[in-house]
Design a protein around this ligand. Structure first.
Ligand code: DGL
Length: 278
């Protein structure tokens, strides 16, 4: 397979809009690079989809980002990181181009947990797919065997954000319900991971219902730190990342719809192009 070899943008992939919170965190720290954001909005949400389907959709998206010039792609989606990252790294990358890289958002989040929790009891709120995969439990256990991890799926949270209902009174019911559920599962939790990139938009309500003293970990900042560290340790990759500070947005849905919803996440107008995957 022949892929473009000149410096290109860093790819950020998400099933839809959620990865914009990751892009935002990354750009705050690493604004000098070019980014290409791809949201597979036409096929979102990924949360309830099977392993095979999430893998296939993610594989198509990553390959497209490589074909469009990216050398490094971040899966800015927990569901894709949980269900597709490992297979793409082990099976597809060696066939496509052994010098390209795909990184996820679960590992960087798991890495800092040991430094944040004092009680050694951690909660994870995420999509059904991420919770069922047990990826957070496995990653955290590998790094910090003494940390006890509990998870709860929050099926209605993604639509609340995408339909711009995150601040509505109706959202209180769903947020309170899941916060109570996870705290009942393990009242010793002192650190709560928002393991879905949409959830930071529900932060005011999450804070409202969370018992005092429980800290919330949202991923943007930690993924950005981890990427900065990665680029420092891999100068050969850093040199292949274009540096004009530009962002190119792509969606598999209607660009006008993307523009409207992206404003909820980014608070600024964006230019978007449509592409087809699959
Ligand atoms: N943003 C995705 C994640 O982080 C969830 C959205 C979806 O279900 O597609 O898991």
């Amino acid at each position: 397979m022949t892929l473009p070899q000149n410096p290109g943008p860093i790819g950020i992939f998400d099933s839809g809009y959620g990865g914009l919170t990751i892009l935002h965190g990354i750009r705050q720290r690493l604004h000098q690079y070019n980014y290409m954001y791809l949201g597979d909005n036409a096929r979102a949400p990924y949360g309830p989809r099977s392993f095979d389907v999430v893998y296939e959709f993610t594989r198509q998206a990553v390959l497209r980002l490589f074909e469009m010039g990216c050398h490094l792609v971040i899966l800015g989606c927990n569901t894709a990181s949980a269900k597709a990252l490992r297979t793409i790294q082990q099976h597809d990358l060696p066939q496509w181009d052994a010098h390209r890289r795909v990184l996820g958002v679960i590992r960087p989040t798991a890495e800092i947990i040991g430094e944040l929790t004092h009680s050694r009891h951690v909660g994870v709120l995420a999509t059904e797919g991420t919770i069922k995969s047990e990826s957070y439990n496995m990653e955290i256990q590998k790094l910090y065997p003494d940390v006890f991890v509990s998870g709860v799926a929050c099926p209605f949270w993604v639509p609340l954000v995408e339909y711009n209902e995150a601040d509505s009174p109706g959202a209180d019911y769903f947020v309170e319900k899941r916060i109570n559920q996870i705290m009942a599962l393990d009242p010793a939790i002192d650190t709560l991971i928002l393991g879905c990139t949409h959830y930071p938009l529900l932060m005011p309500k999450i804070q409202k219902y969370l018992p005092q003293g429980v800290q919330v970990v949202s991923q943007g900042e930690y993924v950005a730190n981890s990427l900065a560290d990665y680029l420092q340790r891999h100068p050969e990759m850093e040199q292949r990342c274009a540096k004009d500070g530009q962002v190119h947005y792509l969606t598999t849905e209607n660009p006008d719809k993307f523009k409207e919803s992206a404003q909820i996440f980014l608070h600024e107008p964006v230019q978007v192009d449509n592409i087809t995957l699959g």
